[in-house]
Design a protein around this ligand. Sequence first.
Ligand code: SF4
Length: 114
Amino acid sequence: MIALLPDLSVAPCGFATDKKLRIGRTLKEDIRTIIGKKSLKIYKASLERISGVCTNCMLYKIHKGDCRVESIANYKKFGSPGFLCQEVYEIGLLPKNLLYTSSVRKNKNTGGYK
Ligand code: SF4
């Protein structure tokens, strides 16, 4: 899914209002060029490099780490875990039966998530 925002820029979804998350501007580029851009592929690849609590989650195959835009906006990293679950996990309130093991292996590329 992609979204055309009110200022005619293109983003992975309508909630990606941060300029850093945008893919292109229709005032400057053809929409077909924007859709073919590497940056859109990076969003998709973000799911393959997911880190944090999602790597240990029984629901990952169906839930895929929740909203990618929200995670990337909050952690400033592609491949970052689902924001709400990671935050809840870090304060020790994520239900243990959601996880395969009780501890989460930290991704060397993300370290701390903030
Ligand atoms: S966002 Fe939460 S429920 Fe979804 S895959 Fe990650 S840990 Fe599991």
